[in-house]
Write a protein that binds this ligand. Structure first.
Ligand code: AGP
Length: 588
């Protein structure tokens, strides 16, 4: 889940690469590097850590040259070292490569190349690629042919860009199960794993499909299948704008994105009526329904599952994307797979979708990135309309997913049970006014090693979401569970001072949840209530406005996002770039 940016421009390319890497740094931030070709030389600058460190220690943006490649790394093969940072080059420094993904057969390729005298300087899987291209170039004397020859030997997932010392006017790229996009500029071209990398330079993009390669020069691009046959592909207009990417006056993207939710939840409700009608038609026509996703998106899928089963009496299952292949026994023609994703590039989910389609199922998806692989693999797509999300922790995308789920459920049952989206936006704005009380709770509990989140029924997925947010941002242990499960084991972990977040909106399940809270209180737990109602068992209460049960999960999620954010900042963690994580998990 690395970030790639490459380009050819009439301007010096290095500053554009650094700027682009900054925008895709959420894809991985273990190390970074760029390389350019100028005056017949190929020069590399790389460093461990964040891109601003690369700039500070290597002054990378001062590299000369109009052609260059850049990379920000999320380590999979080989430790976090300068030698393992990308770009990787071939023996004669003739070829430089940046790569996102995993080359599964790299060990045998490495041995073969060593037999031919190639010398390796890193532990990475990636480094076999520049040596393979260099080997092919000796025979083919053509950058594209050499690239195609090399990729045919690769097994695994990859998006790669290749730069050539002896052919500075061209860059080649190829993708298989990892995203690669062409940015079509005026007298400049870009290749990147994510449109955000070049959105400041152009809003025209060409999305490559699997097993496609590309050759770009400053004046244009050509797309090919791996057999060398040409594919005609027109650029699409990007919906996102550069202004979407500013932090405004917020300290972090995560806090900015939490505060965008009064507007983004309203935009999420504005779905194209024809697409929604088609989405619901496919759903209603299903012989069986499986909702699938990973992480926060899975929690949003659980909420739609609950409404479809409870209100529309549609029997449906929710399966974690990474487990889908092992549980897909009943997926067949007539099954509808409903996929949720912010990025639309989560490898586990794309695999689940492929397995589903291979078994004859239809795929409909709810996604933020309209041009993503998931959107292009789906029979119908509803988009979140919440703009790019930079903070690694899903916040506005999660509440937008829940809202789109509500719009779908309302359309299936033929009644606007959620109510006016603008009112939901106002209720979120009201919820955000509890920010100070959340900050106080964070200050008090920032050093507690274990947190538990409990809820009942329709609110249970929010207990899961609250725990995930806290783990991601604070690095503390947290567990979300149904309140009813406490007595079956977890209660043994509760002792004096253990913080337990009790999600208890008024309505069905309130009194049963309060009983569970009283059991916890009896064992000395510090009960933190998320509720529109006051109750003495709440040592601390974070108020949310009263709402119906379709909207309550959205309002409950907001203070849990803030709690995770404030505990993270109290603990001096960077909430936007949490350790060991990345925004889009493009490896399985
Ligand atoms: C959530 O905060 C995390 N970033 C992560 O769990 C995420 O939800 C998961 O990786 C799924 O990503 P997607 O929505 O882009 O598919």
């Amino acid at each position: 889940m690395c970030g790639i940016i490459a380009g050819i421009s009439e301007e010096d390319i290095a500053p554009l690469l650094i700027e682009g890497l900054m925008r895709v740094e959420y894809r991985g931030y273990d190390s970074a590097g760029i390389a350019t070709v100028h005056d017949g030389e190929l020069e590399v600058r790389k460093a461990v850590g964040r891109i601003d460190g690369l700039e500070r220690t290597q002054r990378a943006s001062t590299l000369a040259g109009n052609t260059g490649v850049g990379h920000t790394r999320w380590a999979t093969h080989g430790g976090v070292t300068k030698a393992n940072a990308h770009p990787h080059t071939s023996c004669g420094n003739k070829v430089a490569v940046v790569h996102n993904g995993i080359i599964e057969n790299y060990l045998e390729l490495r041995e073969e190349l060593k037999q031919k005298g190639h010398v390796f300087t890193s532990e990475t899987d990636t480094e076999v690629i520049p040596h393979l291209v260099e080997e092919a170039l000796k025979r083919k004397k053509d950058p594209l042919k050499a690239t195609l020859n090399a990729v045919k030997k690769l097994k695994g997932q990859y998006a790669i860009v290749v730069m050539f010392k002896d052919y500075p006017e061209v860059l080649t790229g190829a993708r298989n199960d990892a995203p690669l996009v062409v940015g079509v500029g005026k007298k400049e071209m870009f290749l990147a794993s994510d449109v955000l990398a070049f959105i400041a330079r152009t809003d025209q993009a060409v999305f490559l499909d699997n097993m496609e390669a590309v050759s770009v020069t400053a004046g244009g691009y050509k797309v090919y299948r791996f057999d060398g046959s040409e594919v005609s592909k027109k650029p699409t207009q990007l919906a996102w704008e550069l202004s979407d990417l500013s932090k405004q006056d917020y300290a972090h993207y995560t806090l900015k994105e939490i505060h965008e939710q009064p507007e983004t939840v309203v935009r999420a409700a504005l779905q194209d009526p024809r697409r929604l009608e088609n989405f619901v038609r496919i759903l209603k026509g299903a012989t069986s329904v499986v909702l699938t996703a990973s992480g926060s998106s899975y929690h949003a899928a659980l909420l739609l599952k609950d409404r479809l089963s409870r209100e529309a009496k549609i029997r449906c299952d929710a399966v974690l994307a990474g487990e889908f292949e092992d549980q897909a026994h009943f997926v067949e023609r007539g099954t509808v797979v409903v996929a949720f994703s912010q990025s639309g590039e989560t490898a586990d989910l794309l695999r689940a979708v492929k397995v589903g389609k291979d078994r004859g199922a239809s795929v409909i998806s709810i996604v933020n990135a309209a041009g993503s692989s998931l959107a292009r693999e789906s029979d119908e797509v509803l988009t979140l309309n919440c703009g790019p999300e930079v903070g690694v922790a899903a916040t506005k995308s999660f509440t937008a997913q829940v809202m789109v789920g509500n719009v779908v459920a309302d359309a299936v049952v033929g009644e606007n049970a959620t109510g006016d989206a603008k009112k939901v936006g106002r209720l979120i704005a009201e919820t955000l006014r509890s920010e100070d009380s959340v900050r106080q709770v964070a200050k008090e509990f920032k050093e507690r090693p274990d947190f538990y989140f409990i809820a009942r029924g329709h609110n249970y997925p929010i207990a899961l979401e609250g725990a995930l947010k806290l783990k991601e941002l604070s690095y503390l242990h947290a567990e979300g569970m149904p309140a009813s499960e406490l007595k079956h084991g977890t209660l043994a972990l509760i002792e004096k001072g253990t913080p337990v977040v009790v999600i208890a909106p008024s309505g069905e399940g309130f009194s049963a949840t309060i009983s569970n809270a009283l059991e916890l209180d009896a064992r000395g737990a510090e009960v933190i209530g998320i509720s529109d109602k006051v109750h003495p068992v709440f040592k601390h209460r974070i108020a949310i406005p009263r709402s119906n049960e379709k909207v309550a999960p959205i309002l409950e999620a907001v203070p849990l996002q803030l709690l995770a954010y404030f505990i993270a900042t109290e603990r001096k963690n960077d909430p936007d770039y949490p350790r060991n994580l990345a925004k889009s998990v493009t490896v399985r």
